[in-house]
Design a protein around this ligand. Sequence first.
Ligand SMILES: O=C(O)CNC(=O)[C@H](CS)NC(=O)CCC(=O)C(=O)O
Length: 268
Amino acid sequence: MVFLPEAYDYIGSSISETFAQAECVEKGDLMVKLCGLASENKVWLSLGGAHEKIDRKSDSEERERIGNAHILIDDNGVIKEKYRKIHLFDAPVVGLKESNWTLAGEKLSEIIPSPVGNLALSICYDLRFPHLSHEYRRRGANVLTFPSAFTVPTGKAHWHTLLRARAIETQCFVVAAAQCGKHNEKRSSFGHSLVVDPWGEVILVTVSFINITQSIMTAEINSVIEINQIEDMEENIGVGYCELDLEKINKVRTSMPVMDHFKYDIYQ
Ligand SMILES: O=C(O)CNC(=O)[C@H](CS)NC(=O)CCC(=O)C(=O)O
């Protein structure tokens, strides 16, 4: 299975550029190509965040806005699920207001059984809302996904901690493909695509692999590195590879059955 980050299609340098390139998820040219690639190569795809052109008739709001949609494609090239980002990143700390151009989603993703586990779809800023992750766990997820385009200052401060916390609390694998580098004069992303196991251990983090001009298909497979080494590393576009040992989930959950210990009667 291949996981791509939020905004895997493009990152616009202005709202008008972002609108101009948005495509309808089900019928867009890019999506047709990606479904073809999934079936030809027999891989599942997690497309972490498409700029989704929304049919105005189904949008009750007056302003033009797009969806931020995480799409899951199976190895037959069939779209299995589409999740629209629920929590929009309106954050004065970095001067971004996603709700200016995005319409928030209103429902959770289904839990989708896949060859790498029972997947739950989220996007980026959703990571900061533990109730969402907890609800996915309660509904049977064992792999949470947080494709992201985290900003550099908030990424430095919180990215690793939040991802590990969600993994530890829910006892799920957490897979987080992340944008990295400078997109335009105004935007850069923190990077550090991460996979965390249900015990909270980081089992994959991407660092510098390939030159941006090389094909991703020829990228070298990464080796796992220690978190305390990361600060000094440059990150380019690249790929990381790891295996999810689903047995770990059972081990962690039986050895510490936190789900049985919630006291909803006391704190709802
Ligand atoms: O708009 C696009 O083209 C792609 N989408 C994004 O970059 C989104 C909305 S601005 N970024 C985040 O949610 C960052 C969250 C974050 O950095 C944090 O929670 O600290």
